[in-house]
Design a protein around this ligand. Structure first.
Ligand code: NFE
Length: 480
């Protein structure tokens, strides 16, 4: 007989997410994904000076602030009809790229790894490594159990593997904190960089600033190459069944991002539906509201009949599309990622629990390599910003097609006589975590359906948690 299992809230993610599953004969037969919060930034920005949005919009999220600033400022540049000098674009790429790598580190080590490894085993360490001794003491004394110790599940428990992974869990925190100092030097402040203006970046960049950025980039790249990618591959080798669990529609969407000075991009824009690659056309994107707590005009309506989520349901020609690193590699038919998946028997770029995890590690390697090259495009004797008359009572519309760790990001601003009159965002986690609409389940709902459930009781299924977290959920962003 079918039983209902709800996980509310899902832990180790950003924001408040509820997963409701129907389980029959040990397999999920139906899933509902619900964003359980409302933020209201699109309404909050109405009536403000357009330029304020690049700072206010960064507050949407505690994880991916920079990306909203960049997308917002790109939209503002269309309105103010200004293009930053190359230096401004280089700095933006340096900020965005390093931020995305640190976001991937946060996901893999601190949010997702405890799904696979029982890190509480590190409390048994009694060897001579001072860092591990300190960590073991900390876990023994903390009494919080926050770092693992799940009672039931097929977790990695062999000591040497857990000691190494736990060490990396803590090293990742340190790398992220150091990278944040490098980002603050370029962006003025982290979190919520404030040097972003339409036309470029206001920070004064010196040889010293660049040296400090290279230093943190080198440390981050070293960790990504020697710990992150090998650790992700180890998880993939130990859990090969997850290349067949959590599969999606394999319909994808990505924006163009990370150009070099010659105009070539690390990622090109595109859409894949039913295996066919098409050019991306923004006019084909619609946010459906059937199962979302909004009335037809988009105003919140918490009593709406049939609604179950605060997340809207974006569709492209009616299709729910997946966004994120796998989508970027699928749209770009990336040979390196295909060959990585090929080692595990996959042909082509397909989306599964494990391919999403591997994609973040592989993308981090690619981004670090790109950032070393891209930062060489910076010229110390040239400006980072073009002057713009910000006092002008500007009227116009602009769209910023940008990139975030979790996928393609759009900010769409309409201004009238110097005030925002309409603000619309279409955000990565909205694409992935949106509800069903017009008879089609949302992307994550589809991925959960079919998941075999063996471990976990009323606290939630271990396997469903793995599928959901492999998308790196951000409910704060998704409801914005
Ligand atoms: Ni709040 Fe974010 C955005 C999402 S970055 S985490 O935009 O979704 O991936």
């Amino acid at each position: 007989m079918a039983r209902i299992l709800s996980v509310d809230p899902v832990s180790r993610i950003e924001g408040h997410l509820k997963i409701e599953t129907e389980i029959d004969s040990g397999v999920v037969t139906r899933a509902r994904v619900a964003g359980n919060m409302y933020r209201g930034f699109e309404r909050m920005l109405l009536g403000r000076h357009p330029v304020d949005s690049a700072r206010i919009a960064q507050r949407i999220c505690g994880v991916c602030h920079e990306v909203h600033g960049v997308s917002s400022v790109m939209a503002l540049e269309e309105i103010y009809k200004v293009t930053p000098p190359e230096n401004g674009l280089v700095l933006r790429d340096m900020i965005l790229g390093l931020h995305i790598v640190t976001d991937h580190l946060l996901h893999f080590y601190n949010l997702c790894l405890p799904d696979y490894a029982d890190l509480s085993v590190a409390a048994t360490y009694s060897g001579s490594d001072t860092r591990l001794k300190e960590i073991a003491g900390w876990i023994r004394n903390s009494g919080t159990g926050f770092i693992g110790g799940a009672a039931e599940g097929d977790y990695i428990k062999d000591k040497d593997a857990v000691y190494r992974l736990t060490l990396h869990y803590f090293e990742a925190l340190k790398i992220r904190s150091e990278a944040a100092s490098g980002l603050a030097l370029l962006g003025g402040k982290v979190p919520f960089i404030h040097a972003l203006l339409p036309g470029g970046i206001t920070t004064e960049i010196t040889a010293d600033t660049l040296m400090k950025y290279y230093h943190v980039l080198e440390k981050t790249a070293d960790f990504v190459n020697n710990s992150f990618l090998p650790d992700a591959l180890e998880i993939a080798r130990r859990y090969p069944q997850y290349f067949k669990i959590g599969e999606t529609y394999n319909a994808f969407y990505a924006h163009s991002s990370f150009k070099n000075a010659k105009g070539a991009s690390l990622f090109n824009a595109g859409v894949i539906i039913n295996g066919e690659r098409k050019n991306f056309d923004y006019s084909k994107v619609k946010e459906l509201l059937n199962a979302s707590f909004y009335d037809n005009s988009g105003k919140p309506d918490e009593n709406k009949k049939g609604a179950y989520s605060w997340i809207k349901a974006p569709r492209y020609e009616g299709f729910p599309l997946e966004v994120g690193p796998v989508a970027r590699f699928a749209v770009n038919n990336d040979a390196g990622f295909k060959s990585l998946l090929g080692r595990f028997g996959s042909s082509g770029v397909t989306s599964s629990t494990m391919s999403r995890i591997l994609a973040r590690a592989y993308e981090s390697v690619r981004l670090c390599n790109y950032l070393f090259e891209r930062s060489e495009d910076f010229r110390l004797d040239e400006p980072t910003i073009r002057p713009v008359d910000l006092q002008a009572p500007i009227t116009g519309q602009g769209v910023g097609f940008s990139v975030a760790a979790r996928g393609a990001l759009v900010h769409h601003i309409t201004a009238d006589k110097g005030k925002v009159t309409d603000y619309k965002m279409i955000v990565p986690s909205t694409w992935n975590f949106g509800p069903a609409a017009d008879g089609r389940a949302g992307v994550v709902e589809k991925a959960i359906t079919g998941t075999p459930v063996r471990f976990g009781g009323e606290g939630g299924s271990v396997e469903v948690g793995r599928v959901v977290r492999s998308f790196d959920p951000c409910t704060a962003c998704s409801v914005h």
